[in-house]
Design a protein around this ligand. Structure first.
Ligand code: CTP
Ligand code: MG
Length: 555
């Protein structure tokens, strides 16, 4: 019927329309050629940034007619896209086709006044909808579809994992459940864009962009939002100063170092965010850290934000990880799997401390993949050799040069499955001599540790820095023990779903198994010592699997 309808439509087209349709068809095939080419990090960032400028954030009544809502907003211009989500209320993200629609909407809105509240005259893109006529009528029963902004509960994930076919499927499942969604990514860029509106009022040429796991392809739903305030444009081109005859006065000339200038700027910016940023709460200045930062919570999006300035090397490291994450589908699946395992087994923590971080774990997985035979991903040195003219980046004296065009990197000939890779990863680091060796992604080789930190992962760009300097000996030992025990569990356990057993297997088994405190000498860990929490999870898992078997008649 679809073809019949399409044919009927073609028959009604006049000559001009037929030409237009043919041209459109040609464009579509050209578009698909472009889309089959992998986009560079900068291209993706620029697209998302431009898109975010055309977006608004609207706090909506719980019971609202989506149709009327869209009709109302369409009065201000064509809507390209929209979605709803929950966070301290119901919110809508609306993307207009044209940025001018936002000014039109702002002009049509009023500011609610309360007795003890005095609005600050700063126009934001954050609105609250109170219109009664948009409420649902009794005949409009459709509920708003809320896009998920967090991962599924562990017990649900475990049940899903037990229904997979093999460990490779399980790793892909973990990734599918945990990775950032398109909507969550849009919300991250929108949040940065809203912060840019505030900062831009004082520093109009500055840009505010996300970095870290929000953009490096390894972000998990619920991860923090790392924000970078780029003031380079504001600072201007230094070379021009030498030849010009007129110099600009600026306050920062009184700052005795770049660090002090950054601290002063961040201090002012944090005040602006605190005072003028709707929904920005818990603003904290941490200006004496190695990288000075401002922490705050953006309530409408639910993101915990870390804002830094002058941190351009971190942007390069985000791009490097983006390249690795997009080279081969196994890279992200293994990273998500390993990080999920470490999160469940309390190796990583949300609380700052001597724990191994997600960033360090990602680097360990990448290093392991560089060491496969043949390697699954190239070393940073090899990526530097592929760099083109526009890829040269020296930041504060550090060489941050590497190829940006993914299409120039030859795909690997390695065909190992994720089953093998997960097992070998656990064995590799279960036997790694952390007391002697450091991890170096630039060379893809182990090196003698330059100093005595229990875990030494060289920062690929600031090569004297250790990205896991915070980690203590106890945590390294726990990690090694856990890696050994988990490898053993994987090797002993079932490799796939079993019709006669409802025991968790593969990833589910290593996520659940209890930890030992015997320093890894014994493998008795596999004889799972069930803590109350684990026992509950197992019970619910067994119950659900049995219920399912009964439902589908597989028992
Ligand atoms: N970074 C770094 N050196 C460190 C810590 C962080 O260069 N010792 C940079 C990395 O580019 C990292 C970014 O700062 O991606 C953000 O740090 P963090 O939020 O700790 O890590 P994420 O990669 O964002 O991971 P998570 O999802 O845990 O936030
Ligand atoms: Mg982060």
């Amino acid at each position: 019927t679809g073809t019949a309808a399409a044919t009927a439509e073609t028959e009604h087209l006049g000559g001009e329309a037929v030409v237009a349709a043919a041209a459109e068809k040609l464009c579509t095939s050209a578009d698909s050629e472009v889309s089959s080419r992998k986009k560079t990090f900068s291209e993706v960032q620029a697209e998302r940034k431009e898109q975010a400028k055309r977006m608004v954030l609207i706090n909506c009544p719980v019971k609202m007619s989506e149709k009327k809502f869209l009709q109302y907003l369409s009065l201000h211009g064509k809507i390209e896209n929209h979605f709803f989500y929950e966070s301290f209320g119901t919110f809508a993200v609306v993307e207009f086709s044209n940025g001018d629609s936002i000014a039109s909407l702002q002009d049509a809105t009023s500011i609610q006044r309360f007795r003890d509240e005095y609005p600050i005259p700063f126009k934001t893109r954050h609105f609250t909808l109170t219109l009664k006529k948009l409420s649902r009528q009794p005949d409009d029963q459709r509920l708003l579809h809320h896009h998920k902004q967090s991962t599924i509960p562990t017990s649900d994930l475990l049940q899903k994992l037990c229904r997979a076919n093999n460990v490779s499927d399980q790793l892909n499942m973990v990734m599918d459940e945990c990775q950032l969604t398109e909507e969550n990514t849009k919300l991250r860029f929108l949040t940065c864009s809203l912060i840019q509106d505030i900062v831009g009022a004082y520093f109009p040429d500055s840009t505010v962009k996300p970095f870290g796991s929000s953009v490096n392809s390894f972000g998990r739903l619920g991860c923090d939002l790392d924000i970078f305030l780029d003031l380079d444009e504001t600072k201007g081109d230094n070379t021009r100063r030498k030849t010009g005859h007129i110099n600009m006065e600026y306050q920062m000339k009184r700052a005795s170092s770049e660090r002090i200038a950054t601290q002063k700027i961040l201090s002012v910016v944090s005040e602006c965010i605190d005072n003028f940023g709707p929904g920005c709460v818990g603003v904290q200045k941490i200006l004496n850290a190695r990288v000075p930062l401002v922490k705050f919570s953006h309530q409408p999006s639910g993101f915990q934000c870390d804002l830094t300035a002058n941190n351009r090397i971190a942007i390069r490291s985000s791009e490097l990880l983006y390249i690795y994450g997009n080279l081969d589908s196994r890279v992200r699946a293994l990273v998500f799997g390993v990080r999920c395992w470490d999160r469940e087994r309390k190796i990583t923590s949300r609380i700052p401390g001597p724990w191994i971080t997600n960033f360090s774990l990602t680097m360990m997985v990448l290093f392991f993949l560089q060491k496969r035979n043949p390697p699954i991903i190239p070393t940073l040195g090899q990526l530097k050799n592929l760099a083109g003219a526009g890829d040269n980046h020296i930041i504060d004296g550090h060489d941050c040069t590497f190829v940006s065009d993914l299409n120039k990197i030859k795909p690997t000939e390695n065909t190992e499955t994720l089953d093998v890779l997960l097992n070998d990863f656990l064995e590799y680091f279960g036997n790694f001599d952390f007391s002697k060796n450091s991890i170096n992604l630039r060379t893809g080789k182990m090196q003698n540790k330059p100093e005595s930190s229990p875990l030494f992962i060289q920062n690929p760009f600031e090569q004297t820095l250790n990205i896991s300097k915070n980690v203590d000996q106890t945590q390294v030992k726990r990690f090694v023990t856990l890696a050994r025990d988990s490898a053993w569990i994987l090797q002993q356990g079932e490799k796939g779903p079993s019709s006669h057993s409802s025991q968790p297997w593969g990833m589910a088994a290593i996520l659940l198994a209890a930890t030992t405190n015997d320093g890894g000498k014994s493998k008795t860990a596999a004889r799972v010592q069930k803590s109350a929490r684990i026992k509950n999870l197992l019970d619910s898992l067994t119950f659900n699997l049995n219920t399912q078997k009964r439902t589908f008649g597989t028992q």
